[in-house]
Design a protein around this ligand. Structure first.
Ligand code: URA
Length: 245
């Protein structure tokens, strides 16, 4: 492994002068393996994934990055490897040769949209609370929330790890509850609904940012189009700039 200063590596790729690349780093536009780079960072050229404004540099051309939307069925663990030998979401995409990582987590008994990718930068932006990308869920509840409960969910409810951010909550015509949240805390939707006295009995994630579950059947996956990947990146940018929908 031959480590090189980040700005020197970026300059060698023709991005800008070394000084110019230092500025890009200081401006927070560069990430290394999905985390924000700082001056003084070193990288292994051609091995470390470096992104500028979300775009991979060097040998990591867009073609080598893989993005998969999976309809996770209940009964699968969202992890790369399960020490208890249970079925994992990677078993459902085992014919894809690239080393994919799930973006965020769905509980074992939750079904719905799960994104898998080898793009550490997009994973970072989609899961970091700072970017607050929307996640939409539809829950089957044991008791239908009334206006007061919906208002609590919208304003934020106090959980043991703190107040939840404002969310969208509504009862659909079929009695299911639709919740749109911007965070990804453990068991968040289950805990939010339980906290207003309306525990759920089944949960499905139907959307992440601009990407929806529609068109997929349980256990099925598909590759995202370049346009869908660009829109997901845009979802992270819009929210960072305070332009939330
Ligand atoms: N909230 C939950 O409670 N469970 C999930 O799997 C996802 C969000």
């Amino acid at each position: 492994m031959s480590m090189e200063r980040l700005q020197k590596y970026m300059a060698s790729l023709g991005i800008d002068s070394r000084r110019g690349c230092e500025m890009l780093i200081v401006q927070g536009r560069v990430t290394i393996e999905g985390r924000l780079a700082v001056l003084g960072d070193k990288v292994d050229p051609g091995v470390t994934l470096v992104c500028l404004d979300g775009e991979p540099l060097g040998q990591y051309s867009r073609e080598e990055l893989v993005y998969v939307a999976l309809y996770k069925p209940a009964g699968y663990v969202t992890t790369a490897q399960d020490e208890r030998g249970r079925a994992t979401v990677l078993d459902l995409v085992s014919d894809i040769p690239e080393r994919l990582v799930p973006v965020g987590r769905l509980d074992m008994d939750t079904e719905g949209l799960l994104l898998l990718t080898n793009d550490g930068d997009l994973t970072y932006h989609l899961t970091h609370p700072r970017y607050g990308v929307e996640k939409e869920y539809v829950a089957k509840v044991k008791k239908i929330p009334g206006l007061e409960e919906l208002e609590c969910l919208r304003r934020g409810v106090m959980l043991e790890d703190g107040l939840t951010h404002p969310a969208w909550a509504e009862v659909l015509s079929n009695g299911l509850v639709r919740l749109v949240i911007h965070e990804g805390r453990k068991h968040q939707v289950k805990r939010m609904l339980a906290s207003v006295g309306c525990p759920l009995s089944a949960l499905r994630r139907t959307r992440i940012g601009s990407l929806s579950l529609s068109g997929l059947r349980r256990g099925e996956y598909r590759f995202l189009t370049q346009n869908e990947v660009d829109r997901l990146r845009e979802d992270c940018r819009n929210i960072r700039n305070g332009e939330t929908k």
